[in-house]
Design a protein around this ligand. Structure first.
Ligand SMILES: Nc1ncnc2c1ncn2[C@@H]1O[C@H](COP(=O)(O)OP(=O)(O)OP(=O)(O)O)[C@@H](O)[C@H]1O
Ligand SMILES: [Mg+2]
Length: 227
């Protein structure tokens, strides 16, 4: 019988909701409105991999990587500089809005550090590469093929407006991805929470589970009932 190899996300309390982790080589959409924790989640996923023999590549589509590194090291005590020096982790920012160059950059750097984990944060910015909506949709399908070829376990973060019921930015990524995790944040005193909206080949919880963003730790999923 074939078994599916699972990749631990490195988020305490989350793996056990998805049979131990996401399927190796899968593409997961990490969706949420501004400030829901998408960047923190995705870097935590890469740090966990880098510390456990799975090198990781982070492509920032918007934020300055040096500022990001500085803030994350100071807040969560993740050894980003050290992991980069050891060539286990590479954080880069796209400097152009050309799709072909972007793909080349992805391929070159995945090969360069033999990345097993990949993050594109956020995929939403891909829209700036194109003038016509049809071309964005085509590129997403094309990107999906490239990601399959590269074979990394991939997180694509996706910005959705506050209060929106949309799962993705372009209405196509939710179909091409193997899994969807939605991060939620309600203004007020309610806890942050997440929902596993889809996870192929996985018996997963459909509950909205609370999580916390903790200094020196990162994201922790709380009150998990399913073991
Ligand atoms: N030490 C901390 N303790 C608690 N919450 C924190 C801490 N540091 C950051 N946060 C929360 O994390 C949020 C930022 O997380 P992150 O940058 O991952 O969000 P994001 O979803 O990527 O946002 P954007 O869509 O703007 O890129 C902050 O707005 C804040 O609410
Ligand atoms: Mg972000």
């Amino acid at each position: 019988m074939r078994t599916i190899k699972r990749v631990s996300l490195g988020i305490k309390g989350l793996d056990k909701l998805i049979e131990g982790g996401v399927p190796e080589g899968s593409t997961i959409l990490l969706t949420g409105s501004p400030g829901t924790g998408k960047t923190i989640f995705s870097i935590q996923f890469l740090v966990h991999g880098a510390m456990n023999k799975e090198n990781g590549l982070y492509i920032s589509m918007e934020e300055d990587v040096n500022r990001l590194k500085h803030y994350l090291e100071a807040t969560f005590a993740w050894p980003l500089e050290k992991l980069e020096e050891e060539k286990k982790l590479l954080l880069l920012r796209t400097e152009f809005f050309d799709y072909e160059k972007f793909k080349l950059m992805l391929e070159t750097n995945v090969e360069k550090i033999e990345a097993k984990r990949l993050v594109i944060d956020p995929i939403t910015t891909l829209s700036l590469f194109f003038e016509r909506p049809l071309d964005i949709r085509r590129s997403l399908l094309d990107l999906d093929r490239l990601l399959k070829k590269l074979g990394c376990t991939t997180l694509l973060t996706c910005e959705v407006p506050e209060g929106s019921s949309s799962i993705s930015s372009f209405g196509i990524e939710e179909f091409t991805s193997d899994g969807i995790i939605i991060l939620k944040y309600y203004v007020g005193n309610l806890p942050r929470s997440l929902v596993i909206r889809k996870m192929r080949a996985t018996e997963h919880s459909s509950d909205e589970v609370p999580f916390e963003i903790k200094r020196n730790v990162g994201i922790i999923v709380k009150n998990v009932t399913k073991s």
